[in-house]
Design a protein around this ligand. Structure first.
Ligand SMILES: Nc1nc2c([nH]c(=O)n2[C@H]2C[C@H](O)[C@@H](COP(=O)(O)OP(=O)(O)OP(=O)(O)O)O2)c(=O)[nH]1
Length: 131
């Protein structure tokens, strides 16, 4: 049986109504795909604490978490993912990519110009609908 990993991802919107998009590096799995920054929820950790921790590690900035944007199950070839995306705001610092190849801010209507990790597509579609 394939294992299911629980992953949290941050939908970070700035004052110009742009969303932060992160490019996975060639060294990560799903290389060169775009995603919302975040990572795996550790055992005994709640999803919000996990996301604040992951964003501090990956982007060196502090976020506050708001509502859940989307919560989906997706089957990859070698594992399954429960991807929970959460709306967030930066409260301290500026995002610096420590693990990703690059970061960009995009308007919702332009989000489909990127090649997203497959599990992110439903979250992207909701954002493009203005949700
Ligand atoms: N962070 C993140 N991962 C995603 C997204 N979409 C998606 O399919 N994934 C996949 C890619 C990875 O296989 C997995 C997350 O693992 P990760 O490598 O980013 O997490 P992590 O930092 O906790 O991992 P690790 O270095 O501790 O192993 O989920 C997304 O939007 N954000």
């Amino acid at each position: 049986m394939k294992k299911t990993i629980k992953v949290v991802a941050a939908i970070i919107e700035n004052d110009k109504n742009e969303i932060l998009c992160a490019l996975r590096s060639p060294k990560m799995d799903h290389p060169n795909r775009w995603e919302f920054p975040g990572g795996k929820v550790e055992k005994d950790e709640d999803i919000y604490t996990a996301l604040v921790r992951e964003i501090k590690e990956e982007l060196t900035c502090k976020i506050e978490t708001h509502e859940i944007h989307n919560d989906i199950f997706h089957e990859y070839e070698t594992f399954n993912i429960n991807l929970i995306s959460i709306k967030c705001k930066i409260v301290e610092g500026t995002p610096i990519p420590k693990e990703h190849s690059t970061l960009i801010w995009l308007k919702r209507e332009n989000l489909d110009s990127l090649k997203w990790a497959p599990a992110d597509v439903p979250a992207v579609e909701l954002l493009m609908e203005g949700i």
